[in-house]
Write a protein that binds this ligand. Sequence first.
Ligand code: FAD
Ligand code: SF4
Length: 446
Amino acid sequence: MRPTTSAEQTKPGVQEYKVPLNANQARVEAARCLFCDDAPCVKACPTSIDVPQFIRKITTGNLWGSARTILQANVLGRSCARVCPVEELCVGDCVLNEDGRAPIQIGRLQRFATDYAFARGWRYAEAGPASGRSVALVGGGPASLAAAHQLRIFGHSCTIYEKRSRLGGLNASGIAPYKMTDEIAMEEVDWVLGIGGIEVRTGIEVGCDISLEELEQDHDAIFIGAGLGADTLLTDLPGSELGGIEGAVDFIERAKSGCVDLRRVKRALVIGGGNTALDAVRLLVRILPPGGDVRLLYRGDAAVMPGYAHELAAARVEGVGMHWHTQPVAFLGEIDEESGQPRIHALRCTRTDDRKRPIPGTEHTLACDLVILAIGQSPAVARIASTPGLEFVGGCLRVDATGATGRPGVFAGGDCVNGGTEVVQAVKEGMRAAVTIDEYLKGVER
Ligand SMILES: Cc1cc2nc3c(=O)[nH]c(=O)nc-3n(C[C@H](O)[C@H](O)[C@H](O)COP(=O)(O)OP(=O)(O)OC[C@H]3O[C@@H](n4cnc5c(N)ncnc54)[C@H](O)[C@@H]3O)c2cc1C
Ligand code: SF4
């Protein structure tokens, strides 16, 4: 069954999953809030947005103040309203769940308030008096954007070095289009830059086009918010070079920009058990031609998969099939009639046991004409990994509780530190590091 509820048509065949509230619905929903003291929804938010306060302001019609409460705590609060896994965070912890009542739709109320503010061009922060100090930010995703905005409030000038041609990071390129369009992410980037004093240098890869040491000569401090790297691919499996096998992050980005041709795809398999795999299957059910078959293939089962239960439940409702305890062993191809090139036509698999080990004698073949690999991303910071003082553990940059690395003047946050979580966590870590950088630049003893 395909979802039919929609407010915005995001790309042909892809409609927004969570529809916005109108003013009336927002007021009614806000009025259900109990405005709890010591509210669990606030504690569940990584950026500690004062949820009861912003909701109360909706009930009194103070939308200026409501959006200010949100955006001062989380400068990317507009996209977080759309992309946050609220079922696992604020909404999941709303006290109304305990009474068996429907929890407050915090994400949709947050969206209502922030969309209202953006539509009117409201801003809530100004750059502080110039400190004469400058900070380089490596990468232009949520972590660096949040850090740069906060650093400007402290009066430090900022330069973002981004290897791609635009800012936004995965919040622009990786978020499934049924959750948020590219346009919303880019409007938010412009809004953040609107504080002024943030120089943007795109097309520059730190560690390749310019070294960290060179940045140190030009700036007083550095924030690394480089995120994660390219999709991990199963290059050791026979047939991995066939056409029709793609990494999930790459595929989602191309699908968002309308650059995938799925006209002849009838059966798609997505390999992996995380949220990226769930995003990929949920996107595929929306964009495959009618009658298309989408299945998830994971070497564990629903009980152990790292992806969120609410996303899995939604995928099931949308008609995604599941192959639990299954692992690929080879990609099988044939010559594609149209292109004359070898292309995937089946996946050779084996069953796995409770410890995800292959079970001998269980090999079988699944027909498919597209395979999406959602089994992780490589570290993006590989090129700067050898800089003395920087320590990497399991591909992640190690920082202390304040966001400082072992190299004086170098700080970090976001996916490159936490291994990949959510936009809201990257924002929190970027804002936290900005406070630490400000103290460092002022010579505050820690
Ligand atoms: C497919 C997918 C779907 C997701 N869906 C959601 C979701 O629904 N909700 C949610 O909250 N989170 C989601 N996330 C996670 C979220 O996108 C990330 O947690 C968040 O974007 C991390 O922000 P960041 O700034 O740390 O890194 P990124 O967003 O990855 O930004 C890092 C930036 O640094 C740049 N860069 C890297 N190396 C260098 C270098 N050496 N020099 C210069 N620039 C460099 C990159 O090009 C990139 O622009 C998803 C992630 C993926 C992969
Ligand atoms: S826990 Fe629920 S009812 Fe209480 S303040 Fe938060 S949103 Fe309102």
